[in-house]
Write a protein that binds this ligand. Sequence first.
Ligand code: ATP
Length: 328
Amino acid sequence: MASVTFERVDKSFGTTPALRDISFEAGSGEFLVIVGPSGCGKSTLLRLVTGLESPDAGRILIDGVDVRGMPPKNRGCAMVFQSYALYPHWSVFDNIAFPLRIRRVPKGRIAERVRGIAGSLKLSAHLDKRPKALSGGERQRVALGRAIAADPQIFLFDEPLSNLDAPLRAGMRAEIVARQRELRRTALYVTHDQTEALTMGDRILVLDAGRIMGDGTPQDLYHDPPNRFVATFLGRPAINLVRGRLESINGTIRLEPPGWALPPSVTDRLGARTAGVVEIGVRPEHIVVQEGTGLSPWRVTAREFLGEKIQYTVVRADCTLIGFGPHE
Ligand code: ATP
């Protein structure tokens, strides 16, 4: 196992800054998800770890050792890509065996290891097939198998599930996390998908425009986001942002509009502020919609049946909220 540390790393391509002042540490055995919109610098960050790119400033340490100038093959990393990057004319067996052959592992040992890995990834029946005879999910399991065969200190995943459809993605998410827990290797996992970040990461690094906007556990970043970007990026449906004026009446602080008396959990965060315009974030699951009183100034504009509950869009003046109600 190995930790990965970035200390004030900058990276530009010509005049385009890709990463700015990046500092974080992925602890040994940790599953760190790096998430952010397209172009925020996620892939560049992985390429810096592998040694395919070098930082302009700052230091990168693997297990406490500064890797400046260290060739990629000595860094103990194995990468899994969105495109699978399998050898199309080789069998599944040969693709998985590749890292072992490079290391000149004896033939018998290779066969044993490949069959073991194929068994754990449910690929045993496919060992003689070529990649084109496999489904997308199976191909990605072969790519994962090849990375496992390399026995790396660090797994690097670059959007590995983007080519798969939704049910397969859910299965592979669980598969990757299970293998990483079993092997207890450090993993850096790049994605633009907030669901993958929340469900897979021990910790999440949220990037935007080359900067770190949030660094914490999925729970902390979801329930207590450090800024508006993280609040809106994580969570679907997205957090409701309500802009209004604070008014203090008889010791109660209200938000006008929409005329809410704010509970202590919110007013505690306002500190000494009891006036002025603020924006308050409310997760949809904290808004309970009840239909039928006829007295509410809120109008239901959309009602979506989700099985055990109903998702509502409600509108009042220029404020739109998403909330949930029980299934009648
Ligand atoms: P995506 O999710 O779309 O793959 P990303 O978050 O992985 O994006 P990067 O690929 O790391 O983002 O790119 C970050 C920025 O650096 C972008 O503005 C990109 O255009 C630029 N960039 C990346 N690689 C190069 C390169 N080799 N030459 C020039 N610019 C580059």
